[in-house]
Design a protein around this ligand. Structure first.
Ligand code: SAM
Length: 470
């Protein structure tokens, strides 16, 4: 089998006889697949005719990769062969690739063909046709064709078009004054606000924070908050996470730890009720504009679970089986944007990126085995290891990490130990006091942790705005 180095060498010599032989349709399929997949960028003058016989190969993967390589040549003389293949291809992945290759030709002659595929039943194909046509977006017939897709049933197609409109308006008008992405407001750095989170959030400017990691109250499972109904509880969390979305910087992360809870039965004659909080919150979060990224499962040792298995253990009758739950959900979301993660990373200096790298061994799966933690004051604290992973994977040094339900301050402590700033809210005085103790002991930052009231925070922002004005 040819190595990438061999291939590069032959490409640099434009060794036509070599490639004619290596790409012959009679060659073994594994060799052809590997060569087509590893050809990389094709040099000017590469003979694209060599791919044409492979466009009718029996193996759809070979047809797909051949079309991809033809597309790289951006030569409109191949439009006929590609259009022919598009009209007969049955494999959906190969069809997608052929339409993509036609788009890459950037040929006006391809406009009609691409427009026809906007009506294709396969959204993958429509998206590729759409991408190809965007190159000609100034032409009125292309505009009309794209407009016909605005109400398309597929969400990715609608999103792609909406982003196009948004990008166009920022391209043509002057781009809004961009905030410096890595910075955050000084009045929020290393601060615990002793207040109700909904009141506190009203004071926080848009796009202030880089990461949120939080574990909200688990409905009425503990007595620090009592909600009238499950719906009222979900509405409360939704309102808090909507505001969290507003104060989060573009493309940054929100990590939510919850788990199903059980509300005990009223009497032996009643059943207990279980509420699936992570699943009920998920659609509400995506509606707000949080894009789903990952579902991490935090697994605890067996001893950490409440025993729900006693009855079944005795009677062993079907339907009565209940699990001892040793997992919690750690759902990862990103503030929806059309920008890639690379855009976020590029906002930082090379030194910050290098210093923030996650070195050594790390968990590669979404199953995180971490022992639970206990605290002498707070009944439900994060294990620092859990918070440390989230902080390291989803923020840079110098970022501002937010926990709207700060509790005993674990997120703050971990943020400081990893050279980030924290901003916490907590409404119970005894937990604020506990957090203060913990954070005062963490001498890692030049900005001393402080507890402030909502009134103080408001006046700090007012002063800051005055200074910015004059
Ligand atoms: C699950 S605990 C968080 C524990 C925290 N992760 C830790 O490691 O200590 C939830 C916290 O949210 C606080 N809380 C509940 N409702 C609140 C509200 N409306 N505003 C601010 N804090 C609230 C509770 O007092 C509780 O400390």
């Amino acid at each position: 089998m040819l190595t990438k180095v061999d291939i590069e060498h032959e490409k640099s010599k434009l060794n036509f006889p070599f490639f004619k032989d290596a790409l012959a349709p009679t060659r073994d399929e594994a060799g052809l697949l590997s060569l087509l997949d590893n050809l990389g960028k094709l040099p000017a003058g590469f003979n694209g005719e060599l791919f044409i016989p492979l466009l009718t190969h029996a193996n759809p993967k070979i047809r797909m990769l051949a079309a991809k390589n033809v597309g790289k040549l951006k030569d409109e003389k191949f439009l006929t062969e590609l259009s022919q293949l598009a009209s007969t291809e049955k494999n959906t992945f190969a069809r997608r690739e052929v339409i993509s290759a036609i788009g890459r030709l950037k040929s006006e002659k391809a406009i009609l063909t691409l427009t026809a595929y906007l009506a294709d039943a396969d959204p993958k194909v429509v998206l590729q046709a759409l991408r190809g046509l965007l190159y000609f977006r100034e032409k009125s017939e292309v505009q009309t064709a794209l407009d016909s897709l605005r109400e398309h049933p597929n969400e990715l197609i609608r999103e792609h078009l909406a982003n196009e409109v948004k990008n166009k308006s920022t391209r043509s008008s002057k781009r809004k004054e961009e905030q410096h992405h890595p910075s955050s407001p000084d009045p929020l750095k290393n601060v615990i606000i002793y207040a109700d989170v909904q009141e506190a959030l009203k004071v926080i400017p848009d796009e202030s924070i880089h990461l949120t990691f939080t574990s909200p109250p688990y409905y009425n499972a503990r007595d620090y908050t009592i909600y009238q109904s499950y719906e009222a509880y979900l509405d409360f969390l939704t309102a808090v996470f909507k505001e969290t979305h507003r104060i989060t910087k573009e493309g940054r992360f929100f990590v939510l730890n919850t788990s199903p809870v059980i509300v005990p039965r009223m009497s032996r004659a009643h059943a207990s009720k279980r509420y699936a909080i992570p699943y009920d919150m998920h659609p509400r979060l995506t509606d707000i504009g949080w894009e789903f990224i990952d579902d991490i499962v935090w697994t605890k040792p067996d001893y950490a679970a409440k025993n729900r298995n006693g009855g079944f253990f005795q009677h062993r009758k079907p339907l009565g089986y209940k699990t001892n739950s040793v997992t919690e959900s750690v759902m990862v979301y990103r503030k929806k944007t059309d920008k890639l993660i690379d855009w976020n990373i590029r906002q930082y200096d090379d030194e910050i990126i290098a210093a923030s790298k996650v070195r050594g061994d790390y968990e590669k799966t979404n199953l995180w085995h971490i022992n639970p933690a206990t605290d002498k004051v707070h009944p439900a604290v994060f294990p620092p290891e859990l918070a440390a992973r989230v902080v390291q994977f989803y923020s840079f040094k110098g970022d501002l990490v937010f926990d709207p339900f700060g509790g005993s301050g674990t997120v703050g402590y971990v943020a400081l130990t990893h050279e980030r700033y924290f901003f916490l809210c907590e409404k119970e005085a005894e937990y604020v006091e506990r957090a203060k103790q913990l954070l005062d002991g963490a001498l890692f930052s030049h900005i001393k942790p402080r507890v402030i009231s909502l009134t103080d925070l408001k006046s700090e922002f007012e002063k800051r705005n005055e200074n910015l004005r004059y």
